[in-house]
Design a protein around this ligand. Structure first.
Ligand code: NAD
Ligand code: LMR
Length: 328
């Protein structure tokens, strides 16, 4: 019998986790032969802790064969103890009319305490994936607190944007989504993100050969991907949850599954594609197994793309400036 891995998940009583936790427990994230112990974290508010215990009761009631244990806590030092993976979902979502960056001051602080706890008690080699918004900057705050866990173990999720972009292209071309390849998100998980249709393919052909409506690609596709989160909030009154949980499954599965497929992952910039060093920007990566990856640094970028990359980089640098006091 394979030993269980420890998976810490924050925001366990929230919307995303309600979709996410059963899928992890069913083996969709770490594989159908990998038992998991879920270590759930919530805020110390009685109503919320009670809600988390209700989620745990439901997980029990699913009788998942791979669920080797559920631990619940309001203390990051307990929740991250020995964790092999830390999935940082817990934080405030935005409401209608807000940008994700409006959450910076409120949510940024969460990642100081959680970063400290991860550094103190998580397993050696622990991997950290941040979902809570604004995720590119929150992951930077958490990583900055950790001397023991290397920066490359910290990623933020732009997979939802990649999945959104793939579906938009497939619908426009009238093909199954599986025909779309190599559609990569660059930069920030915000409306400035750049979904690079120039290097993507549909049915093995360049997207621009299949979708010849360049005005749609530049003027409708790019903004519709960037503003999809806001469109969901406007329609649902709540931010995306099932699709966010699904994207986190894809993000982690990609990281533990080595191969040639190209994925969008926000990781620490070393200057590739002109991103400023030290910010977390989404770039194309190939994964090399057990949570490791290498950045693909040689995708050709034309003048249009370079302008977009510059804009999203500027925004990320601005977010870093805004939270400078949290990075001391
Ligand atoms: P939610 O409000 O339904 O749930 C968030 C939960 O986090 C709440 O139960 C809350 O009590 C908990 N929480 C808050 N602070 C915490 C802390 N310090 N420690 C532990 N738990 C804490 O929100 P949601 O819909 O689940 O969204 C969670 C976050 O994910 C939001 O910031 C949202 O904007 C973000 N998000 C990101 C993406 C992405 O693509 N990166 C997609 C969707 C949502
Ligand atoms: C999303 O992209 O759906 C999430 O980041 C939630 C949001 O605020 O848009």
């Amino acid at each position: 019998m394979t030993s269980p891995i420890r998976v810490a998940v924050t925001g366990a009583a929230g919307q995303i986790c309600y979709s996410l936790l059963p899928r992890i427990a069913a083996g969709e994230m770490f594989g159908k032969d990998q038992p998991v112990i879920l270590q759930l974290l919530e805020i110390p508010v009685e109503k919320v802790i009670t809600a988390m215990s209700g989620v745990a009761m439901e997980l029990d009631d699913c009788a998942f064969p791979l669920l080797a244990g559920i631990e619940m806590s309001d203390d990051p030092m307990a929740a991250f103890k020995g964790a092999d993976w830390c999935l940082l979902v817990g934080s405030k979502p935005r409401g209608p009319g807000m940008e994700r960056a409006d959450l910076l001051k409120d949510n940024g602080r969460i990642f100081i305490g959680q970063g400290d706890a991860i550094d103190a008690v998580a397993a050696d080699g622990c991997k950290v994936a941040v979902v809570g918004n604004p995720c590119n900057t929150n992951v930077m705050i958490a990583a900055n607190r950790c001397a023991r866990i290397p920066d490359e173990n910290f990623t933020a999720m732009t997979r939802l944007d990649q999945n959104r972009a793939a579906t938009q292209l497939a619908k426009k071309a009238g093909v199954p989504v599986t025909d779309v390849e190599d559609i990569i998100i660059y930069g920030n998980h915000s409306p400035t993100m750049y979904p690079d249709f120039f290097n993507a393919k549909i049915g093995g052909r360049p997207v621009t050969d299949v979708i010849t409506d360049q005005a749609w690609l530049e003027g409708e596709f790019i903004p519709s991907v960037g503003k999809r989160g806001a469109a969901i909030i406007a329609a649902r009154g709540l931010s995306s949850a099932a699709s966010a949980a699904n994207a986190l499954i894809d993000h982690v599965r990609a990281l533990i599954t080595p191969g040639d497929t190209v994925h969008s992952i926000a990781c620490k910039s070393d200057g590739t594609y002109g991103f400023s060093e030290g910010i977390w920007a989404s770039v194309p990566v190939r994964t090399t197994g057990n949570g490791t990856y290498e950045v693909i640094g040689d995708m050709p970028q034309n003048g249009f793309a370079q302008e977009k990359l510059g804009l999203t980089n500027d925004e990320l640098v601005g977010e870093r400036d805004t939270v400078a006091e949290l990075l001391q």
